[in-house]
Design a protein around this ligand. Structure first.
Ligand SMILES: NC(=O)c1ccc[n+]([C@@H]2O[C@H](COP(=O)([O-])OP(=O)(O)OC[C@H]3O[C@@H](n4cnc5c(N)ncnc54)[C@H](O)[C@@H]3O)[C@@H](O)[C@H]2O)c1
Length: 413
């Protein structure tokens, strides 16, 4: 069934993108260089379920250089960049990913990765971890542990642990400060601007942009659109986050109200059904919707794409839906991760931090899986701090150190 598009043109383009990303991922390069001599992953098979982007290619080739056998599939049916998949395949990585998969094909690809019998899994959204836990085919498979990249995956794997069903240790890479404070916030902030602009190419200044959810992703998205001159409206369900948004100077209101005034909508919640039929029917003619939460469940895309009077592609990755009330509204990338479907995802400098956390967490599992047991843990503090130190060094930023007097002061009462 594999449809990896390994044409020479794709491989060449993929290599160029890999080289471009690698040259801007200094933190990850430094981490890999430090480890390369000892080949700490020799004899280990790693299974990755990640968005196949140029940044991911730097991680996967890096893992191979540390000695691992690497198998990977995409983290979403629409986010694979075909030239990157082709380049990875040309480098001896086992790749099961192409752009525009059906859900069935996406599932098949995850199974192909698990069929390589990886002993450590790196997941983005927990689709692979859930399969490894609950599909009978993989019941007896020996897995030392896994790492999880994103908030949505953290929620799902925690549910597995809460039901007492976790069968190997999982490190929550998303929970590292040097991951979510930068990747979720600045990474998604910038790449969402990129995705929306590529999809619609309209003026952002003066538009009323409704950001749904004011967590790490929502805060990044709101601040970047605000920086472009948009007027930001926040909808939230958490009173503390809503208060924070209000104090940050943004309008806060419920979706029932926001849906009538917004020009652009961006869902960032990780929750299901936050923009529903009743909201869509009240939107202004020309309203544009997109989602940057992990799963395509935040906007009622089924209603838009199946129940509209007509649907046509207005631009690449932008569907124009004519509603029963005669209004035209627009959906980016079928409601899937707009920053990855319509653009290329996070910039390399940001992913270098996330993926340094990934590599160091994989090595931590290899060494400590027995000690951790069948539990979920956060990224150990020493790894988080090491990544911050590496990041500052890569960005040529120096900071102060506590003086002996200050250390003494801190430890006295
Ligand atoms: N697009 C990307 O590249 C990317 C990157 C990182 C994370 N993510 C995904 O983005 C989503 C959000 O991640 P996060 O780290 O910001 O999570 P978070 O938990 O920090 O924030 C989510 C926010 O949504 C709010 N929320 C929940 N239900 C809501 C509702 N019905 N209406 C309004 N607000 C609601 C919550 O109160 C919370 O403040 C997750 O699915 C995550 O996996 C995507």
């Amino acid at each position: 069934m594999s449809k990896v598009k390994t044409s020479p043109k794709n491989i060449k383009e993929g290599r160029l993108s890999y080289e471009w990303a690698k040259s801007h991922m200094q933190i990850l390069n430094n981490t890999l260089t430090r480890l390369k001599k000892s080949k700490p992953l020799k004899g280990i098979t790693l299974g990755f379920c990640l968005h196949i982007t140029k940044e991911t290619s730097v991680l996967l080739i890096g893992a191979k250089e540390l000695g691992a056998t690497v198998a990977c599939c995409g983290g979403n049916p629409l986010t694979t960049q075909d030239n990157i998949a082709a380049f990875l395949a040309s480098q001896g990585i086992h790749v099961y990913a192409w752009h525009g998969q059906s859900v069935k094909e996406y599932d098949w690809c995850i199974e192909q990765v698990l069929n390589h019998k990886p002993t450590i899994l790196t997941d983005d959204g927990s689709d692979m971890n859930v399969k490894a836990h609950f599909d009978k085919k993989y019941k007896g498979m020996k897995i030392l542990g896994a790492t999880e990249e994103t908030t949505a995956g953290v929620t799902r794997i925690r549910a597995v642990e809460n039901q007492g069903k976790l069968r190997y240790p999982v490190i929550l890479v998303n929970e590292a400060y040097t991951k979510h404070m930068f990747d979720n916030r600045y990474g998604t902030g910038q790449s969402t601007i990129d995705g929306y602009l590529r999809a619609m190419n309209l003026l952002l200044a003066s538009k009323r942009v409704v950001v749904v959810g004011y967590g790490w992703v929502g805060r990044g998205v709101a601040s970047r659109f605000h920086g472009m001159g948009s007027k930001i409206i926040i909808t939230e369900v958490d009173p503390v986050k809503a208060l924070e948004a209000h104090m940050d100077g943004f309008e806060v209101m419920p979706m029932a109200q926001a849906c009538k005034v917004g020009d652009i909508f961006i869902t960032c919640t990780g929750m299901t059904s936050v923009i529903r039929k009743e909201h869509i029917l009240q939107m202004k003619d020309g309203a544009i919707m997109g989602n940057v939460g992990h799963f395509d469940v935040e906007i009622d895309a089924k209603f838009l794409l199946k129940k509209s009077k007509s649907v046509r592609q207005a631009r690449p990755n932008l569907d124009e839906c004519t509603l029963s009330n005669g209004k035209h509204v627009y959906l980016i990338g079928e409601g899937r991760l707009a920053n990855l479907v319509a653009a290329e995802g996070h910039p390399p400098e940001v992913m270098a931090q996330s993926f340094s956390n990934q590599i160091l967490s994989i090595l931590y599992i290899l060494k400590n899986h027995k000690k951790i047991g069948n539990k979920i843990i956060n990224v150990p503090e020493e790894i988080d701090r090491q990544v911050a130190v590496d990041a500052l060094k890569a960005m040529d930023v120096n900071i102060d150190k506590l003086t002996p007097e200050q250390v003494k002061y801190m430890n006295s009462w």
